[in-house]
Design a protein around this ligand. Structure first.
Ligand SMILES: [Zn+2]
Length: 219
């Protein structure tokens, strides 16, 4: 990656953290976005820095074991090892997002996957949004839970039990989009539940919607 491309990625990553705030997916210093930076490295939010203080320069460059590269001024997010695990085991992934967004995390608190009962869910997630195992922060368990849970799902989002949301994407921007959509459908399906059981969708319809959205939708 050239120096210019690296600087642009730092700027994009800082902007994407702003997008989490704008979409009201994060409070205080919780949540983070990372971006694969090439050469066996990725950039991630610094630990404990308020969103309003994030700058392109404050993003922390780490190796794929989650260790900051020499010369970084700030410590990486405490979720750095979860992100590192995903990048090591999913070479197709270019971005990872973590939030405790309210409605999605309410499903995680109940250990309940979000059923695919909306066309928007079929489009983006291709089925239910699954729940991953409970895991304590700091080691590899969260990353392992993310990768193993998503292996058997088309969803780019996983609800980690009693914790919150992790999303993945081929780019950091698509991972942020998945985090925004995840919260949106979590809220809608939750509201639908208040007055009854959401009506199920047929699997062939889910498949067709997913295929069209992933392959034909947009410009
Ligand atoms: Zn968390």
């Amino acid at each position: 990656m050239t120096e210019d491309a690296h600087a642009r990625l730092r700027q994009e990553l800082a902007d994407l953290h702003g997008a989490l705030v704008e979409a009201a997916l994060v409070v205080w210093t919780a949540g983070n976005v990372s971006a694969r930076a090439g050469g066996g490295h990725f950039l991630i939010k610094p630990s404990g820095v308020p969103y309003g203080d994030l700058t392109p320069e404050s993003m922390v460059l780490c190796d794929l074991d989650g260790n900051p590269v020499e010369g970084q001024q700030l410590k990486p997010s405490s979720d750095v090892f979860a992100h590192a695990y995903v990048y090591r085991h999913r070479p197709d992934i270019g971005g990872v997002v973590h939030t405790h967004s309210t409605y999605a995390t309410a499903w995680a608190a109940r250990n309940e996957p979000i059923p695919c009962v909306l066309t928007a869910m079929a489009d983006e997630f291709g089925g239910e949004i699954p729940v991953g195992p409970f895991a304590l922060i700091g080691g590899e368990d969260i990353g392992k839970g993310i990768v193993e849970t998503l292996e058997s799902h088309r969803s780019p989002a996983v609800l980690m039990r009693n914790h919150g949301v992790f999303t993945i994407g081929d780019t950091p921007r698509s991972a942020v989009k998945a985090a925004v959509m995840c919260e949106d459908v979590a809220r809608t399906v939750h509201l639908s539940r208040q007055l009854g059981e959401p009506f199920p969708m047929e699997q062939p319809d889910i498949d067709r919607l997913y295929d069209r959205y992933q392959n034909a939708y947009g410009q």
